[in-house]
Write a protein that binds this ligand. Structure first.
Ligand SMILES: [Zn+2]
Length: 883
């Protein structure tokens, strides 16, 4: 198969570049179809490279116009050029200047990598390997250069011209309608951080003074007319900058910081030095168009990209295997920021839900890979939950193990040592090993070993000796390429909780002063002494390690934690664990007594009585059951999504009925008064109110429909409006269809709102959904070339609609396969992302599994697949080892 012939890039093959590029001068003459790029590179042989190596520059679909060495145009026999490479066999052994002229077509660039047009504006995306679509280059992260960029365009076509760094000069080009701007970035950077923008853009700006007194102008550029929707993003940027100064001592280092929102973008956003480019969905917000969740995402992603200025840009990655070095660390930093700005426990629960839904799933699928992979066919396929979210958990565990103070000292040392360099995971860990004097080599296994460890725990109380003993055993299932697994260094934050809520008097000398025990062997036991009555162990408080836990405790003891644990995360976890046990049993036809469900409902009701009003956002999380996808993952084999859906609906109905009075009270008392505010407390009230509506509708569809219709009409913000529409989509009938039609009409000119509308309809768990989606693909707002639209309609169907994507007749799989093949011709990255929805196929029951395999094989057999799709489909079909 063609897909197996792609070269594999291996970490062990890394060697330094044979040449270096000290400075880059780019002259970019923007044109819709014939953009000229003249790159002047100041180069020299790398003393660490091979002495006789040819100069081999990367390209991708490039059209070379000319190449000159030290000012002399080279003749055809002096170099070899193809769209993919430019090679000069006899390159000078002294410093030299290489001038390369290429021509590119931004209009036909539907891959959205390199220079392309979005809504008529010019923009770039260079990570990971997009710069080679602009000019021939040593397109690898360990080649750092100082960039000066001159951008020229028609004044009418692109009045705004932006580049990396600081503005140097601008003016008009004599005798023409064209104008130009020159930007200079004094900080050496790899090519993946290059960016430029040209277009018609509106702007908002604000001044910021850094902690050492540097004046910075912050600006956000958006589609003209939408400037006021960027206010929240600008505010989030300012708060992020202040937070990074306060918490990490990191200051901004240029005179300007620009953010541009574009509507066609493969990812969330990109941290280009001084010129972040964002998917507009993570910039634009107004109460009328954005939900509380959108506001929270905007805050987190603005922060994330800003934090990259130090973790990613000032200290970059030596090679793409080290991607987690910038991403895991930066996700950790944005999580900490959001936790400080919002409710820490609520945010932690949200992080863990995402980790389990995406990363644990990946770890148990054919696409499992270590946080630092050792090989890849296509690096674009490694921007994964494992690299990002599990990468962040590793940093968090490190902090848990060494403590806050040593963590900050280690970070300071890392920045001091590695500023201006391209670093590795080893450099990062060495900083912490050096400040603590600890050997972190065992801990480093988290970067190397894939799969989610499972920790089995047994507790035993001895009333005579007044001791409580915990036996812990860890294991990790085989994953592709890694059959044998070693024990990990797992920080277990734990404590004992007494049945009556009184403080535990037990002590254990193997638990440190921060309440953490380090499990670093396959099996271990610890004992608490002086325990005067039977306790309940509270384990992995705050989710102290990304592991699955099997705990041998009856439901009623777990529910003691919901009531009394001082750790909010574990209070939530206790309710989830009990709910999951019941749901998994119901889904697989195991016996579940009414009494068990009633006991759980009663525990929820008493929780609502006592605690819900203190922190409504937390309460909303407690009363929300695990998702159908979570339940499928828990069951793990021979999954039938239909029985899961029925089990979950039945549990929601039962809880809705037995807690109806509480839910009704919340629904009535938590209405918004006053103008909309996206702050965490207000959002929390809305989330509990809407979670209540959802359960009330599950208990009594008639009541639910009436409330939802009324809420849809009276809502004054998108959060409440969308929540009521979401409830209505679960209730088939005329009211739903009318509501859907009116919502679509109301927001017909708001693409980002229509995305939500697409998503809700794609998630309807009914047989007509596939036809509905095909109809929506004809909607004037839908475009197969726009990643946001495709993800909203088709990505949501595949990822959220367990029942319909995994239809027993295979129609869902065949549909997705056809869309993957269609998008692959336009945008391989988007196609490969959609394809990852198949990663659960092996856990399905027989009939579904064979339909899914057939659909995957139909993709694999197509000629001319992109490297992105070819890689995912071949890994998805590979026989996983040890299974
Ligand atoms: Zn990032």
């Amino acid at each position: 198969m063609r897909i197996d012939t792609n070269p594999i890039v291996r970490l062990e093959d890394y060697r330094p570049s044979d040449f270096l590029i000290d400075s880059v001068e780019l002259d970019v003459r923007l044109h819709p179809t014939e953009t000229r790029v003249i790159a002047t590179l100041a180069m020299r042989p790398n003393p660490e490279g091979r002495p006789d190596a040819p100069l081999a520059l990367d390209g991708d679909e490039l059209n070379l116009k000319s190449v000159a060495l030290n000012g002399r145009t080279l003749a055809g026999e002096e170099f070899e050029a193809s769209p993919q490479a430019l090679t000069i066999a006899q390159a000078p052994r002294q410093p030299f200047t290489l001038t390369i002229e290429t021509e590119i077509n931004p209009t036909t660039n539907t891959k959205l990598m390199g220079l392309y047009r979005s809504s008529g504006n010019y923009c770039t995306q260079c990570e990971a390997e997009g710069f080679r679509r602009i000019t021939y280059f040593l397109d690898r992260p360990d080649v750092l250069s100082v960039y000066t960029t001159r951008i020229e365009a028609e004044g009418d076509d692109a009045p705004v011209l932006l580049g990396n760094g600081n503005p140097v000069e601008s003016g008009t080009v004599d005798g023409s309608d064209r104008h130009y701007a020159v930007w200079h970035d004094p900080h050496p950077k790899p090519s993946y951080l290059f960016a430029l923008v040209g277009g018609r853009l509106g702007r908002i700006a604000k001044n910021f003074t850094t902690m050492s007194g540097r004046e910075v102008e912050l600006a956000i550029y958006v589609e003209p007319g939408k400037e006021d929707r960027a206010d929240y993003a600008l505010d989030a940027l300012e708060r992020s900058m202040r937070w990074d100064e306060r918490v990490f001592g990191r200051e901004y280092d240029l005179d300007v910081f620009n953010i541009v929102a574009v509507s066609d973008f493969n990812m969330g956003a990109m941290e280009n030095k001084g010129l972040n480019i964002f998917n507009d969905k993570y910039v634009l917000a107004s109460p009328e168009t954005a939900t509380d969740m959108d506001y929270a995402h905007i805050e987190a992603i603005i922060a994330h990209e800003y934090f990259h200025n130090w973790t990613g840009n000032r200290v970059t990655c030596r090679d793409w295997f080290q991607l987690c070095l910038k991403e895991g660390l930066t996700v950790f930093r944005d999580q900490e920021f959001s936790s400080d700005e919002r409710s820490r426990p609520v945010h932690r629960i949200a992080e863990v839900k995402t980790l389990r839904a995406r990363q644990f799933l990946e770890d148990s699928s054919p696409l499992a890979h270590p946080v630092r992979p050792t090989q890849y066919r296509e690096i674009n396929n490694f921007y994964t939950a494992t690299v990002y979210e599990k990468g962040a958990e590793i940093v968090r565990m490190l902090k848990t193990i060494i403590g806050d103070e040593d963590f900050r000292r280690g970070m300071d040392l890392y920045f001091d040592r590695c500023d201006g360099t391209a670093a590795t995971v080893e450099d990062f860990l060495r900083a912490f090993a050096d400040v603590t004097g600890r050997d972190l080599s065992h801990f480093a296994r988290w970067y190397e070993q894939s799969g989610t460890p499972r920790v089995k725990v047994k507790g035993r109380y001895d009333p005579d000796a007044q001791t409580y003993r915990l036996d812990l055993a860890q294991s990790t299932s085989p994953t592709p390429g890694q059959v044998k697994k070693d024990a990990m260094a797992i920080p277990v934050a734990l404590g004992l909780v007494m049945h009556d809520g009184s403080p535990s008097n037990g002590t254990c000398d193997r638990v440190d002063s921060r309440g953490v025990f380090l499990l670093d062997k396959p099996e271990d036991s610890i004992a608490f002494t002086g325990v005067t009555s039977l306790p309940v162990p509270s384990l992995f408080r705050g989710f102290s390690a990304p592991v699955k836990v099997s705990l041998d405790l009856p439901n009623e003891e777990l529910l003691v934690l919901l009531r009394h644990d001082m750790d909010a995360f574990n209070r939530w976890q206790a309710a989830q664990t009990v709910a999951m046990r019941l749901l998994a049993a119901l889904s697989t036809g195991a016996e579940v007594s009414d009494a068990e469900i009633d006991a759980f409902s009663a525990a929820l009701a008493s929780f609502m009585d006592r605690d819900a009003c203190e922190d409504p956002a937390f309460a909303a999380l407690v009363v929300t059951l695990p998702s159908e996808a979570d339940i499928a993952q828990e069951i793990g084999r021979d999954v039938n999504p239909d029985t899961i859906h029925r089990a979950r609906s039945e549990m929601r109905r039962r809880i809705g009925l037995s807690c109806a009075n509480h839910l009704r009270r919340f629904y009535e008392s938590l209405t918004d008064t006053g103008p909309y505010s996206p702050d965490a407390a207000s959002a929390g009230r809305r989330s509990l109110r809407n979670a209540s509506l959802d359960l009330l509708a599950a208990a009594d569809p008639g009541v639910g429909e009436a409330l939802a219709v009324q809420q849809l009409e009276s809502a004054v913000n998108m959060t409440d409006r969308l929540a009521s529409l979401s409830v209505l989509t679960t209730l088939p009938g005329e009211a739903r269809e009318k509501a859907i039609a009116r919502f679509g009409e109301r927001y017909r000119n708001e693409p980002l709102v229509l995305d939500k509308w697409f998503t809700l309809q794609a998630a309807i768990p009914e047989n007509g959904t596939l036809e509905r989606i095909k109809g929506l693909m004809q909607h004037p707002a839908f475009s197969i070339a726009n990643p946001n639209r495709v993800r909203a309609l088709i990505g949501s169907f595949a990822m959220l609609n367990q029942v319909q994507f995994n239809r027993a007749d295979g129609a869902g799989y065949r549909f997705l396969a056809s869309i993957v093949l269609r998008t692959d011709e336009l945008n391989p990255q988007l196609a490969a992302r959609l394809l990852t929805a198949f990663s659960t196929w092996r856990m399905m029951e027989n009939t579904r599994r064979s339909h899914a395999e057939e659909a995957l094989r139909s993709i694999a057999q197509k000629p001319n697949l992109s490297r992105d799709v070819g890689d995912i489909v071949s890994r998805s079909l590979e026989e996983s080892q040890g299974k």
